[in-house]
Design a protein around this ligand. Structure first.
Ligand SMILES: C[S@@+](CC[C@H](N)C(=O)[O-])C[C@H]1O[C@@H](n2cnc3c(N)ncnc32)[C@H](O)[C@@H]1O
Length: 255
């Protein structure tokens, strides 16, 4: 994609997330069932917090994960490109620092890394909302301290992507996994407007990080007891299929 097209998509995404901000905040609050069941436990495990670590929550939304990390003794900076979500995050947790930054803006990411370097960079359920992940992945070298971890979660690209149909009953039908696609969709019930979602096969993410000199040293595909899921969850009757993946990365020369 050429830069002009990319900038245009980025602007569209930002406008959508600004418009979605207050609805997203009231829907997610401190984490909806999906965060609580499928995302937060694995992120907390892979963060391996001892207390006092400096953490970047990249694409922090309304700060649900930032607050959880803060409660567990991490010092968090939350960044997001949506002014409305930064405002919601700040209102919910005035004791946490939040900053308006786009993860596709190389200059801002470099400036941030000059002021602070992080023990952990965590990016939860964000990368599939970005037209490009390359500038962010390239900035990890300067954002992370030596031996720092990068942890990201995603809706599982195999089992929970726009090209997956929830049929037949209790199963999934998967088509065109290998293609990178962009679709407009509502990702949560009741979502007032569509967002842009960028499907990439897992190898795209992994190979970009490997090209930056990183290796994976943690990987989770959580499945949970269906009884803890709400009645309406499509994952209740597909309880052995993981709807999210979470992986942890470190620079190879720091192993
Ligand atoms: C699905 S929400 C997830 C929010 C939060 N991490 C969570 O798990 O609740 C995606 C978030 O990514 C943010 N986002 C998307 N593209 C971004 C970008 N280029 N730079 C910074 N934030 C971005 C959106 O504003 C939104 O807050």
């Amino acid at each position: 994609m050429i830069d002009k097209e990319m900038n245009e998509l980025e602007k569209q995404c930002q406008k959508i997330w600004d418009e979605l901000g207050s609805w997203w905040d009231s829907s997610v609050m401190d984490g909806d069932y999906f965060h609580q069941a499928f995302v937060f436990p694995s992120i907390v495990k892979l963060l391996e917090l001892q207390g006092g670590e400096l953490i970047l929550d990249a694409g922090c939304g309304n700060g649900a994960l930032s607050r959880l990390i803060h409660q567990r003794g991490g010092e968090v900076l939350g960044v997001d490109f949506s002014s409305s979500l930064i405002k919601q995050a700040q209102e919910r947790s005035p004791d946490i620092q939040y900053k308006h930054i786009s993860l596709t803006d190389t200059t801002s990411l470099l400036e941030l890394s000059k002021s602070k370097q992080f023990d952990r960079v965590v990016c939860s359920m964000v990368l599939h909302d970005m037209p490009t992940v390359t500038p962010f992945f390239k900035s990890l070298r300067t954002l992370l301290k030596p031996n720092g971890y990068f942890i990201f979660s995603l809706p599982h690209p195999c089992f929970n992507s726009p090209s997956v149909q929830f049929e037949p009953k209790a199963c999934l039908t998967i088509r065109d996994y290998q293609d990178q696609t962009m679709v407009k969709m509502r990702s949560k019930p009741g979502q007032p407007i569509e967002q842009l979602v960028f499907h990439r096969p897992i190898q795209t993410y992994f190979n970009l990080l490997i090209a930056e000199g990183m290796v994976m040293n943690g990987f989770e595909e959580p499945c949970v007891d269906p009884k803890i899921l709400p009645e309406e969850s499509l994952w209740r009757e597909r309880s052995r299929i993981p709807p999210a993946l979470i992986s942890r990365w470190i620079f190879a020369n720091k192993l």
